[in-house]
Design a protein around this ligand. Structure first.
Ligand SMILES: *[C@@H]1O[C@H](CO)[C@@H](O)[C@H](O)[C@H]1NC(C)=O
Ligand SMILES: *[C@@H]1O[C@H](CO)[C@@H](O)[C@H](O)[C@H]1NC(C)=O
Ligand SMILES: *[C@@H]1O[C@H](CO)[C@@H](O)[C@H](O)[C@H]1NC(C)=O
Ligand SMILES: *[C@@H]1O[C@H](CO)[C@@H](O)[C@H](O)[C@H]1NC(C)=O
Length: 301
């Protein structure tokens, strides 16, 4: 960091941006472990496959919990008929008032597009679904899916294009997920009661096994063991990774002021996604929310 003091600001910002994108990928087993159905895993040291059949799905979780930072995994979704299946990739804290940032990939019949659903839980409450169709076929190649999280915002990114931002609006009385460390998870399961075309299309097990592939696992975040405060069982990791004396005054790249909001280019990208690819936004679902959720009223994008 010392050398960046000597560089012009713009160059340091550039380096900062590179710091995340160039951080080298790790092996699956350095960062993650299977959480269930080991016999539905196939790992060759580079690419991991999770399999869903009529016996079981499968899932994995990070070995550590984290406060803030960025997580990226490259995923190639189930090719062909994936109707009824859900491949989920998310961060979540523990306990009854957990926080959660979700990517859920909802399968479809052959030739019909996947839907990407994102959701955010704060203090155990979700109901913040957004849905979009991607601008590419996510079953043909690996694409990177990232969650960036700092004190000011949570950004969902697809190939580095922001598709959703959840801004800290604690000043408007909206709770923000900032005091519970989170694990990173993925799983594949059958959800044909709701996932595809509203649950009308069921999983066709004659097309199983359904296989999702993963590679390029990157977690650039601060490790923080989950802990529970006394009273209410609510996790409180406020003292973790916060740059205070307890952390030896460590500074983290995601705390840089420039990352407190989207840059101009990213704002334009998000507008483009919302205008061209978004198919559902809870913020505009007045049948479901006669009273517009506060964070939607104050939407800054
Ligand atoms: C799963 O599918 C296989 C082959 O289609 C079939 O033989 C088996 O009975 C099924 N098992 C269950 C639990 O449905
Ligand atoms: C599946 O395809 C249909 C028809 O194109 C579309 O309406 C739907 O949103 C797609 N996604 C899911 C998850 O059903
Ligand atoms: C950081 O943690 C310390 C305790 O180690 C706490 O006193 C302080 O309020 C925390 N700062 C933030 C910004 O949460
Ligand atoms: C969490 O702990 C911090 C001090 O570390 C404290 O300031 C804060 O009020 C606590 N939050 C909750 C919800 O208990």
């Amino acid at each position: 960091m010392a050398s960046s003091l000597l560089l012009p600001l713009s160059l340091s910002l550039l380096l900062l941006a590179f710091a995340s994108s160039s951080s080298s990928s790790s092996k699956f087993d350095d960062l993650f472990q299977p959480s269930w159905a080991l016999d539905h895993f196939n790992y060759n040291g580079d690419t991991l496959q999770l399999k869903l059949d009529n016996y079981s799905g499968a899932g994995f979780s990070s070995k550590s919990k984290y406060m803030f930072g960025k997580v990226t995994i490259q995923i190639k979704l189930i090719a062909g008929d994936s109707a009824g299946t859900v491949t989920a990739y998310y961060m979540s804290s523990d306990g009854p008032s957990h926080n959660e940032f979700d990517f859920e990939f909802l399968g479809n019949t052959t030739g019909e597009p996947y839907t990407v659903q994102t959701n955010i839980y704060v203090n155990g409450v979700g109901n913040r679904e957004q849905r979009l169709k991607l601008w590419f076929d996510p079953t043909q190649d690996f694409h990177s899916y990232s969650i960036f999280w700092n004190r000011r915002q949570v950004i969902f990114l697809v190939d580095e294009t922001p598709v959703r931002v959840h801004t800290n609006m604690e000043d408007k009385g909206v709770p923000f997920p900032g005091d519970q460390s989170m694990g990173v998870y993925s799983s594949i399961w059958n959800a044909d009661d709701w996932a595809t075309q509203g649950g009308r299309v069921k999983t066709d097990w004659s097309h199983s096994p359904f296989v999702a592939s993963y590679k390029g696992f990157e977690i650039d975040a601060c490790e923080c063991p989950s802990s529970y405060a006394t009273g209410g069982g609510v996790a409180n990791n406020t003292a973790c990774c916060n740059g205070s004396a307890a952390d030896d005054g460590k500074k983290f790249w995601w705390d840089e002021p420039v990352l407190s909001e989207l840059n101009v280019h990213q704002s334009h990208q998000l507008l483009w996604v919302r205008a061209n690819h978004m198919i559902y936004d809870y913020c505009t679902d007045t049948a479901r929310f006669p009273v517009t959720p506060v964070e939607c009223v104050h939407h800054r994008h």
